[in-house]
Design a protein around this ligand. Sequence first.
Ligand code: ADP
Ligand code: ZN
Length: 520
Amino acid sequence: MDISTAQHALKQYFGYDRFRPMQEDIIQNVLAKQDTVVLMPTGGGKSICYQIPGIISQGVAIVISPLIALMKDQVENLKANGVPAAYLNSTLSYTEMREVEEDLIHERLKLLYISPEKLLTSQFLDFLSRVYISFIAIDEAHCISQWGHDFRQEYTKLISLRQRFPDVSFIALTATADKATRNDIAKQLGMTDPRMFISSFDRPNLSLRVEAGQKRIEKILHFLAERPNQSGIIYCLSRKNTESLATKLRNAGHNALYYHAGMPANERARVQEGFIKDDIPIICATIAFGMGIDKPNVRWVIHYNLPKNMEGYYQEIGRAGRDGLPSDTLLFYTFADVMQLRDMVGESGQSQLQLSKLERIQQYSETRTCRRRILLSYFGESLEKDCGNCDVCRNPPELFDGTVIAQKAMSAVIRAKREMNKSLSAGMLIDILRGSRRIDLIRQGFDQIKTYGAGHDISYDHWQLYLQQMLNLGLIEIAYEHHNTFRVTKAGENVLMGKFPVNFAKLSQFKETPSSKAPT
Ligand code: ADP
Ligand code: ZN
């Protein structure tokens, strides 16, 4: 199909004149019935990528979404724009469900939103085999991966769709997925040769800042005083915290309310409404707040507590500055939060993965290199130069040439892999570099590799901090799927071959609380 048909539909149903960069390529791929993976930040315009092909293709597009609460809004918006769409989930009555099924049979729908639970009943699948499906879109696709931050069991069963409808192509969309997750998405969905569209996650209008969490209230009051009448969100870890913080802010004369999932639905709706309409500028909330809120003029986001992982952090700060105007973010970092989050992780399943994710945000918080570089490298992107809009860039540390140090570490990782077929964790790597006599190292023959002991003059703690900088610079990465061992990236190989020098921050500048221990 011709892209001008898509353009025409964009104008007719959404009133937009042109596609955003990438939307057009994605749509062409979907129209060509190719498997597609889309990674685009929230607000980037993912929906159009399946809505337009759905509208102009023959048959009905199935849109799988776990967010039942948002389905209705989306479908109503589409209908208001003249798009024949419907949704099916547990909130519908029997009669309503029958009506949708009637519409499907009579080919009256272009888009069907559905929850995975509803879709994957054998009854419904039988029914669907009588319907012509144009393609299947999987929204919030990171839910399918154990490496993601919001794994959902019911999503793993989506693979059965591939077997059931082998000729139907998939488009998987997500706003948050690191490299391991995005490859896993394709694998879990049985995609053989998908095209991946990864749009930039950079939000240069958001300033990034991390501060020590001592005297948080004082610092917040100061922050607010500098920003009278601006809208913002303060994310807290606990429900109780949102309430007490809102009270403190009100007592200090600020118009603040709280929001969390423990409140009655009508109360929550009232707070959200007030925020969107600019009646209430400040909301103290748990992470339950913000999903599906499309408020362009949120001027700042504060994290009262450390988020659990980079994905969450990125998503939450991303609620600021949707209109593209300068907006500020501030994260409070305390070691107490790290410990509390560690305990919470310990109580959940999959603790090893969650712990490494926590370690990454801890490293982000402690870094003395450009924060935006770290944030973007987490999502597999690299910036050409430091951003100039984070606290580290504004107040830069002293640097020195760390090329040789970095080369030693990367050489050890590569040699262990090449010569012994072993992947190294941080602890192992440092022990090898330092020439440790650890019995298991010797027994496995690590003392035979050339870089054994090459870094004995650097202490264990300092090695940890250098490795952290290397991670942050994108020279090495962590393979979660291989017991959190290191891998050397393309950028790292270039440094190893002497193509580029590496600058490290002098360690005397690391004043923050030291990390509790190396990732194991
Ligand atoms: P996402 O699902 O990636 O968070 P949405 O699909 O909700 O993003 O789109 C975010 C906003 O951008 C919506 O208001 C949408 O209407 C708007 N938008 C999407 N594509 C375009 C476009 N080509 N031109 C103008 N606005 C667009
Ligand atoms: Zn920076």
